[in-house]
Design a protein around this ligand. Structure first.
Ligand code: ADP
Ligand code: ARG
Length: 370
Protein backbone atom coordinates (compact mmCIF):
# COMPACT_ATOMS: atom_id res chain seq x y z
CA UNK A 1 0.00 0.00 0.00
CA UNK A 2 1.28 3.51 -0.89
CA UNK A 3 1.65 6.13 1.83
CA UNK A 4 0.35 9.70 1.74
CA UNK A 5 3.03 12.37 1.19
CA UNK A 6 3.84 14.79 3.97
CA UNK A 7 2.25 17.90 2.39
CA UNK A 8 -1.08 16.12 1.79
CA UNK A 9 -0.95 14.67 5.31
CA UNK A 10 -0.48 18.15 6.80
CA UNK A 11 -3.57 19.44 4.91
CA UNK A 12 -5.63 16.43 6.00
CA UNK A 13 -4.59 16.83 9.66
CA UNK A 14 -5.40 20.57 9.62
CA UNK A 15 -8.82 20.08 7.99
CA UNK A 16 -9.76 17.31 10.41
CA UNK A 17 -8.74 19.46 13.36
CA UNK A 18 -11.10 22.23 12.14
CA UNK A 19 -13.92 19.72 11.58
CA UNK A 20 -13.60 18.43 15.14
CA UNK A 21 -14.61 21.85 16.42
CA UNK A 22 -17.64 22.10 14.10
CA UNK A 23 -21.17 20.92 14.98
CA UNK A 24 -22.53 18.38 12.51
CA UNK A 25 -25.12 15.61 12.60
CA UNK A 26 -23.49 13.77 9.69
CA UNK A 27 -22.48 10.12 9.87
CA UNK A 28 -18.95 11.31 9.07
CA UNK A 29 -18.90 13.29 12.32
CA UNK A 30 -20.26 10.30 14.21
CA UNK A 31 -17.84 7.70 12.90
CA UNK A 32 -14.60 9.52 12.07
CA UNK A 33 -13.24 9.40 15.60
CA UNK A 34 -9.63 10.39 16.32
CA UNK A 35 -8.82 6.72 16.61
CA UNK A 36 -10.25 5.85 13.17
CA UNK A 37 -8.66 8.98 11.67
CA UNK A 38 -5.21 7.98 12.96
CA UNK A 39 -5.60 4.48 11.56
CA UNK A 40 -6.57 5.69 8.06
CA UNK A 41 -4.71 8.93 7.53
CA UNK A 42 -1.59 7.41 5.88
CA UNK A 43 -3.39 5.10 3.44
CA UNK A 44 -3.56 5.63 -0.34
CA UNK A 45 -5.43 3.47 -2.93
CA UNK A 46 -3.74 2.20 -6.09
CA UNK A 47 -5.36 5.02 -8.11
CA UNK A 48 -4.13 7.59 -5.58
CA UNK A 49 -7.13 8.28 -3.29
CA UNK A 50 -6.47 9.40 0.29
CA UNK A 51 -8.79 9.70 3.27
CA UNK A 52 -9.10 13.40 2.39
CA UNK A 53 -10.67 12.49 -0.98
CA UNK A 54 -13.26 10.37 0.84
CA UNK A 55 -14.30 13.01 3.39
CA UNK A 56 -13.76 16.38 1.62
CA UNK A 57 -17.47 16.91 0.96
CA UNK A 58 -18.49 16.28 4.55
CA UNK A 59 -15.72 18.55 5.88
CA UNK A 60 -16.87 21.41 3.63
CA UNK A 61 -20.60 20.78 4.26
CA UNK A 62 -21.27 20.12 7.94
CA UNK A 63 -25.01 19.94 7.13
CA UNK A 64 -24.38 16.72 5.15
CA UNK A 65 -26.38 13.74 6.28
CA UNK A 66 -23.67 11.25 5.29
CA UNK A 67 -20.56 13.32 4.47
CA UNK A 68 -18.47 10.74 2.59
CA UNK A 69 -18.12 9.53 -1.00
CA UNK A 70 -15.80 6.87 -2.42
CA UNK A 71 -13.28 8.17 -4.96
CA UNK A 72 -12.79 4.65 -6.32
CA UNK A 73 -14.02 1.10 -5.71
CA UNK A 74 -10.95 0.20 -3.62
CA UNK A 75 -11.75 2.94 -1.08
CA UNK A 76 -14.64 0.85 0.30
CA UNK A 77 -12.13 -1.79 1.45
CA UNK A 78 -9.00 0.25 2.14
CA UNK A 79 -10.92 2.72 4.35
CA UNK A 80 -13.47 0.17 5.56
CA UNK A 81 -13.10 1.22 9.22
CA UNK A 82 -14.91 4.44 8.24
CA UNK A 83 -17.34 3.14 5.56
CA UNK A 84 -18.51 0.01 7.43
CA UNK A 85 -20.41 1.72 10.26
CA UNK A 86 -21.81 4.38 7.89
CA UNK A 87 -23.09 1.68 5.52
CA UNK A 88 -24.47 -0.31 8.44
CA UNK A 89 -26.42 2.65 9.81
CA UNK A 90 -27.72 4.06 6.51
CA UNK A 91 -28.97 0.72 5.18
CA UNK A 92 -30.70 -0.16 8.44
CA UNK A 93 -28.35 -2.93 9.62
CA UNK A 94 -25.61 -4.35 7.40
CA UNK A 95 -22.71 -5.48 9.57
CA UNK A 96 -19.15 -5.85 8.21
CA UNK A 97 -19.64 -9.64 8.19
CA UNK A 98 -22.77 -9.52 6.03
CA UNK A 99 -22.96 -10.08 2.27
CA UNK A 100 -25.40 -8.47 -0.14
CA UNK A 101 -27.81 -11.12 -1.50
CA UNK A 102 -27.53 -12.18 -5.16
CA UNK A 103 -29.31 -10.22 -7.88
CA UNK A 104 -33.05 -10.91 -7.98
CA UNK A 105 -35.24 -8.60 -10.03
CA UNK A 106 -38.24 -10.87 -9.40
CA UNK A 107 -41.33 -10.13 -11.42
CA UNK A 108 -43.23 -6.91 -11.75
CA UNK A 109 -46.54 -8.80 -11.67
CA UNK A 110 -46.45 -8.86 -7.87
CA UNK A 111 -46.65 -5.05 -7.91
CA UNK A 112 -49.67 -3.16 -9.11
CA UNK A 113 -50.93 0.35 -9.60
CA UNK A 114 -50.45 2.57 -6.57
CA UNK A 115 -53.49 4.61 -7.53
CA UNK A 116 -55.74 1.65 -6.91
CA UNK A 117 -56.74 3.34 -3.61
CA UNK A 118 -57.37 6.84 -4.96
CA UNK A 119 -55.58 9.43 -7.04
CA UNK A 120 -52.70 10.29 -4.74
CA UNK A 121 -49.69 9.34 -6.87
CA UNK A 122 -48.78 11.92 -9.51
CA UNK A 123 -45.86 9.98 -11.03
CA UNK A 124 -43.68 6.95 -10.43
CA UNK A 125 -39.95 6.49 -11.01
CA UNK A 126 -37.42 3.70 -10.47
CA UNK A 127 -33.71 4.39 -10.89
CA UNK A 128 -30.42 2.70 -10.16
CA UNK A 129 -26.81 3.81 -10.16
CA UNK A 130 -24.17 1.84 -12.08
CA UNK A 131 -20.39 2.22 -12.41
CA UNK A 132 -18.29 0.82 -15.22
CA UNK A 133 -15.42 -1.47 -14.30
CA UNK A 134 -11.95 -0.14 -15.03
CA UNK A 135 -12.76 3.52 -14.35
CA UNK A 136 -12.33 5.38 -11.06
CA UNK A 137 -15.25 7.46 -9.81
CA UNK A 138 -15.64 11.21 -10.52
CA UNK A 139 -12.87 12.82 -8.43
CA UNK A 140 -10.15 10.67 -9.99
CA UNK A 141 -11.42 10.74 -13.57
CA UNK A 142 -9.28 12.47 -16.18
CA UNK A 143 -10.76 14.33 -19.13
CA UNK A 144 -9.72 11.33 -21.32
CA UNK A 145 -11.69 9.00 -19.00
CA UNK A 146 -14.82 11.17 -19.42
CA UNK A 147 -14.53 11.19 -23.23
CA UNK A 148 -13.84 7.45 -23.46
CA UNK A 149 -16.55 6.41 -21.04
CA UNK A 150 -19.13 8.66 -22.71
CA UNK A 151 -18.33 7.07 -26.08
CA UNK A 152 -18.58 3.50 -24.70
CA UNK A 153 -21.93 4.30 -23.13
CA UNK A 154 -23.24 6.04 -26.26
CA UNK A 155 -22.36 2.93 -28.32
CA UNK A 156 -24.23 0.71 -25.84
CA UNK A 157 -27.26 3.04 -25.83
CA UNK A 158 -27.45 2.85 -29.64
CA UNK A 159 -28.29 -0.84 -29.31
CA UNK A 160 -31.48 -0.28 -27.26
CA UNK A 161 -34.53 -1.15 -29.33
CA UNK A 162 -38.36 -1.07 -29.45
CA UNK A 163 -39.86 1.12 -26.71
CA UNK A 164 -36.37 1.58 -25.16
CA UNK A 165 -34.85 3.13 -28.28
CA UNK A 166 -33.99 6.81 -28.20
CA UNK A 167 -31.14 9.25 -28.56
CA UNK A 168 -28.24 10.50 -26.47
CA UNK A 169 -27.39 14.16 -26.10
CA UNK A 170 -24.14 15.37 -24.67
CA UNK A 171 -24.65 18.28 -22.26
CA UNK A 172 -22.20 20.25 -24.41
CA UNK A 173 -24.79 20.19 -27.17
CA UNK A 174 -27.79 21.35 -25.09
CA UNK A 175 -28.34 25.03 -24.35
CA UNK A 176 -28.71 26.12 -20.73
CA UNK A 177 -32.35 26.97 -21.47
CA UNK A 178 -33.01 23.46 -22.80
CA UNK A 179 -31.25 22.01 -19.78
CA UNK A 180 -33.45 24.07 -17.46
CA UNK A 181 -36.58 22.82 -19.22
CA UNK A 182 -35.44 19.22 -18.81
CA UNK A 183 -34.64 19.86 -15.13
CA UNK A 184 -38.07 21.45 -14.56
CA UNK A 185 -39.64 18.39 -16.22
CA UNK A 186 -37.81 16.15 -13.69
CA UNK A 187 -35.81 14.52 -16.48
CA UNK A 188 -32.31 15.97 -16.06
CA UNK A 189 -29.93 16.30 -13.09
CA UNK A 190 -29.28 19.73 -11.64
CA UNK A 191 -26.03 21.68 -11.99
CA UNK A 192 -23.85 22.88 -9.15
CA UNK A 193 -24.67 20.42 -6.36
CA UNK A 194 -22.44 21.75 -3.56
CA UNK A 195 -21.97 18.30 -2.00
CA UNK A 196 -20.67 16.89 -5.29
CA UNK A 197 -18.60 19.99 -6.05
CA UNK A 198 -16.84 19.79 -2.69
CA UNK A 199 -16.05 16.13 -3.42
CA UNK A 200 -14.31 17.18 -6.68
CA UNK A 201 -17.01 15.31 -8.59
CA UNK A 202 -17.80 18.12 -11.08
CA UNK A 203 -14.39 18.59 -12.70
CA UNK A 204 -14.36 19.26 -16.50
CA UNK A 205 -18.15 19.89 -16.34
CA UNK A 206 -20.04 19.63 -18.71
CA UNK A 207 -17.55 17.44 -20.64
CA UNK A 208 -18.54 13.77 -20.70
CA UNK A 209 -21.95 14.45 -19.15
CA UNK A 210 -25.20 13.84 -20.98
CA UNK A 211 -28.69 12.44 -21.10
CA UNK A 212 -30.43 9.71 -23.12
CA UNK A 213 -34.19 9.82 -23.64
CA UNK A 214 -36.41 7.26 -25.36
CA UNK A 215 -39.18 8.51 -27.64
CA UNK A 216 -41.78 9.13 -24.90
CA UNK A 217 -39.36 10.21 -22.13
CA UNK A 218 -40.13 7.15 -20.00
CA UNK A 219 -36.57 5.81 -20.14
CA UNK A 220 -33.92 8.29 -19.07
CA UNK A 221 -30.21 7.62 -18.69
CA UNK A 222 -27.81 10.05 -17.06
CA UNK A 223 -24.14 9.82 -17.98
CA UNK A 224 -21.29 10.88 -15.67
CA UNK A 225 -23.27 13.00 -13.22
CA UNK A 226 -22.83 11.64 -9.67
CA UNK A 227 -22.28 8.13 -11.06
CA UNK A 228 -21.05 6.83 -14.40
CA UNK A 229 -24.66 5.84 -15.11
CA UNK A 230 -28.09 6.43 -13.66
CA UNK A 231 -30.73 4.28 -15.35
CA UNK A 232 -34.24 5.66 -14.82
CA UNK A 233 -37.72 4.51 -15.78
CA UNK A 234 -40.56 6.93 -15.08
CA UNK A 235 -44.07 7.88 -16.09
CA UNK A 236 -47.13 9.76 -14.91
CA UNK A 237 -49.56 7.97 -12.57
CA UNK A 238 -49.00 5.06 -10.20
CA UNK A 239 -48.42 2.04 -12.43
CA UNK A 240 -45.35 0.74 -10.60
CA UNK A 241 -45.50 -2.64 -12.37
CA UNK A 242 -45.15 -1.01 -15.79
CA UNK A 243 -42.38 1.35 -14.66
CA UNK A 244 -40.45 -1.54 -13.08
CA UNK A 245 -40.86 -3.82 -16.09
CA UNK A 246 -39.29 -1.17 -18.35
CA UNK A 247 -36.55 -0.51 -15.79
CA UNK A 248 -35.54 -4.18 -15.57
CA UNK A 249 -35.46 -4.55 -19.37
CA UNK A 250 -33.25 -1.45 -19.75
CA UNK A 251 -30.82 -2.39 -16.94
CA UNK A 252 -30.52 -5.93 -18.29
CA UNK A 253 -29.91 -4.77 -21.87
CA UNK A 254 -27.20 -2.31 -20.80
CA UNK A 255 -25.64 -4.83 -18.40
CA UNK A 256 -25.19 -7.19 -21.36
CA UNK A 257 -23.08 -4.55 -23.10
CA UNK A 258 -21.25 -2.75 -20.31
CA UNK A 259 -19.24 -4.32 -17.46
CA UNK A 260 -20.85 -2.98 -14.26
CA UNK A 261 -18.63 -2.78 -11.14
CA UNK A 262 -19.81 -5.37 -8.65
CA UNK A 263 -18.50 -6.58 -5.29
CA UNK A 264 -19.45 -9.87 -3.63
CA UNK A 265 -20.04 -8.08 -0.33
CA UNK A 266 -21.40 -4.68 -1.36
CA UNK A 267 -23.24 -5.52 -4.61
CA UNK A 268 -23.16 -2.83 -7.32
CA UNK A 269 -20.55 -0.21 -6.45
CA UNK A 270 -21.22 3.50 -6.73
CA UNK A 271 -19.80 6.84 -5.69
CA UNK A 272 -21.96 7.29 -2.57
CA UNK A 273 -22.35 4.61 0.12
CA UNK A 274 -26.12 5.25 0.12
CA UNK A 275 -26.24 3.83 -3.42
CA UNK A 276 -24.60 0.42 -2.94
CA UNK A 277 -26.15 -3.05 -3.29
CA UNK A 278 -29.10 -2.84 -5.65
CA UNK A 279 -28.46 0.94 -5.98
CA UNK A 280 -32.22 1.23 -6.54
CA UNK A 281 -34.38 4.17 -5.53
CA UNK A 282 -38.06 3.57 -6.34
CA UNK A 283 -40.06 6.72 -5.76
CA UNK A 284 -43.45 8.29 -6.16
CA UNK A 285 -44.43 11.92 -6.37
CA UNK A 286 -47.43 11.89 -4.10
CA UNK A 287 -49.83 14.62 -3.01
CA UNK A 288 -50.51 14.47 0.73
CA UNK A 289 -52.38 17.59 1.86
CA UNK A 290 -53.23 16.13 5.29
CA UNK A 291 -49.96 14.46 6.28
CA UNK A 292 -47.98 17.19 4.57
CA UNK A 293 -49.31 19.87 6.91
CA UNK A 294 -46.97 18.59 9.60
CA UNK A 295 -43.69 17.39 8.10
CA UNK A 296 -42.80 15.65 11.38
CA UNK A 297 -45.85 13.36 11.23
CA UNK A 298 -45.00 12.49 7.63
CA UNK A 299 -41.32 11.84 8.48
CA UNK A 300 -42.31 9.61 11.41
CA UNK A 301 -44.70 7.61 9.26
CA UNK A 302 -42.05 7.27 6.54
CA UNK A 303 -39.42 6.11 9.06
CA UNK A 304 -41.74 3.40 10.27
CA UNK A 305 -41.78 1.88 6.77
CA UNK A 306 -38.10 2.50 5.90
CA UNK A 307 -39.10 5.23 3.49
CA UNK A 308 -37.36 8.51 2.74
CA UNK A 309 -39.09 11.83 2.08
CA UNK A 310 -37.64 14.33 -0.41
CA UNK A 311 -39.03 17.55 -1.91
CA UNK A 312 -40.75 17.96 -5.30
CA UNK A 313 -37.50 18.74 -7.15
CA UNK A 314 -35.57 15.85 -5.57
CA UNK A 315 -32.90 15.73 -2.93
CA UNK A 316 -32.29 18.90 -0.91
CA UNK A 317 -35.45 20.57 -2.29
CA UNK A 318 -38.71 21.66 -0.70
CA UNK A 319 -42.16 20.18 -1.34
CA UNK A 320 -44.51 22.30 -3.42
CA UNK A 321 -48.28 22.06 -3.15
CA UNK A 322 -47.94 19.18 -0.64
CA UNK A 323 -46.30 17.02 -3.31
CA UNK A 324 -43.57 14.85 -1.81
CA UNK A 325 -41.04 12.43 -3.26
CA UNK A 326 -41.27 9.22 -1.24
CA UNK A 327 -38.90 6.31 -1.86
CA UNK A 328 -37.29 3.24 -0.33
CA UNK A 329 -34.37 4.23 1.88
CA UNK A 330 -32.45 0.94 2.01
CA UNK A 331 -30.74 -0.32 -1.14
CA UNK A 332 -28.18 -2.79 0.27
CA UNK A 333 -28.82 -6.11 2.05
CA UNK A 334 -32.08 -6.78 0.23
CA UNK A 335 -32.85 -7.83 -3.34
CA UNK A 336 -34.12 -5.62 -6.14
CA UNK A 337 -37.69 -6.87 -5.88
CA UNK A 338 -37.59 -6.47 -2.07
CA UNK A 339 -36.65 -2.78 -2.50
CA UNK A 340 -39.67 -2.34 -4.76
CA UNK A 341 -41.94 -4.24 -2.40
CA UNK A 342 -40.75 -2.11 0.54
CA UNK A 343 -41.67 1.08 -1.30
CA UNK A 344 -44.99 -0.37 -2.53
CA UNK A 345 -46.08 -1.58 0.93
CA UNK A 346 -44.97 1.62 2.66
CA UNK A 347 -46.67 3.95 0.20
CA UNK A 348 -49.87 1.92 0.54
CA UNK A 349 -49.74 2.54 4.31
CA UNK A 350 -49.01 6.25 3.82
CA UNK A 351 -52.08 6.53 1.56
CA UNK A 352 -54.18 4.70 4.19
CA UNK A 353 -52.99 7.18 6.82
CA UNK A 354 -53.67 10.17 4.57
CA UNK A 355 -57.19 8.89 3.90
CA UNK A 356 -57.87 8.31 7.59
CA UNK A 357 -56.98 11.95 8.21
CA UNK A 358 -59.60 12.94 5.62
CA UNK A 359 -62.19 11.21 7.79
CA UNK A 360 -60.73 12.89 10.91
CA UNK A 361 -60.98 16.29 9.22
CA UNK A 362 -64.58 15.80 8.13
CA UNK A 363 -65.50 14.53 11.66
CA UNK A 364 -63.93 17.60 13.26
CA UNK A 365 -65.69 19.82 10.71
CA UNK A 366 -69.01 18.20 11.69
CA UNK A 367 -68.31 18.78 15.39
CA UNK A 368 -67.31 22.34 14.80
CA UNK A 369 -69.70 25.09 15.94
CA UNK A 370 -69.00 27.20 12.86
P1 ADP B 1 -31.98 10.58 -7.66
O1 ADP B 1 -33.36 10.06 -7.70
O2 ADP B 1 -31.26 10.22 -8.90
O3 ADP B 1 -31.30 10.13 -6.42
P2 ADP B 1 -32.97 13.31 -7.09
O4 ADP B 1 -33.57 13.04 -5.77
O5 ADP B 1 -32.17 14.59 -7.20
O6 ADP B 1 -31.95 12.17 -7.59
O7 ADP B 1 -34.10 13.34 -8.19
C1 ADP B 1 -33.80 13.61 -9.52
C2 ADP B 1 -35.01 14.11 -10.29
O8 ADP B 1 -35.98 13.08 -10.37
C3 ADP B 1 -35.69 15.30 -9.62
O9 ADP B 1 -36.13 16.21 -10.61
C4 ADP B 1 -36.91 14.66 -8.97
O10 ADP B 1 -37.99 15.55 -8.81
C5 ADP B 1 -37.23 13.60 -10.01
N1 ADP B 1 -38.08 12.54 -9.46
C6 ADP B 1 -37.82 11.69 -8.46
N2 ADP B 1 -38.85 10.87 -8.22
C7 ADP B 1 -39.80 11.20 -9.13
C8 ADP B 1 -41.11 10.72 -9.42
N3 ADP B 1 -41.64 9.70 -8.74
N4 ADP B 1 -41.79 11.31 -10.41
C9 ADP B 1 -41.27 12.33 -11.12
N5 ADP B 1 -40.03 12.81 -10.91
C10 ADP B 1 -39.32 12.26 -9.93
N1 ARG C 1 -23.28 13.90 0.42
C1 ARG C 1 -24.62 14.32 0.69
C2 ARG C 1 -24.90 14.23 2.18
O1 ARG C 1 -24.15 13.58 2.88
C3 ARG C 1 -25.64 13.48 -0.07
C4 ARG C 1 -25.74 12.05 0.35
C5 ARG C 1 -26.78 11.18 -0.32
N2 ARG C 1 -27.17 11.65 -1.60
C6 ARG C 1 -26.56 11.42 -2.76
N3 ARG C 1 -27.00 12.04 -3.84
N4 ARG C 1 -25.55 10.58 -2.86
O2 ARG C 1 -25.87 14.79 2.64
Amino acid sequence: MDQIDSTDLAVLEAEYKKFKAVKSRSLLKKYLTQDVFDKLKHRVTASGATLYDCIKSGLANPDSSIGVYAPDAESYTLFHELYDPIIDEYHGGFSPKEYHPGINFGTADALGDLNEWGNYVVSTRVRCARSIEGYPFNPLMTSEHYAELEQDVENALDMLDDDLAGYYRSLNRITIQEQDELIAGHLLFKRGDRFLEAADACRFWPDGRGIFLNSDNTLVIWVNEEDHLRIISMQEGGDLAQVYDRFVRAVTALGNRLPFSFSQRLGFLSFCPTNLGTAIRASVHIRLPNLGKDKRILEDAADQFNLQVRGTAGEHSEAKDYTFDISNRRRLGLTEIECLQEMYDGVKEIIRLEKSMDKGNSRSRKNSTY
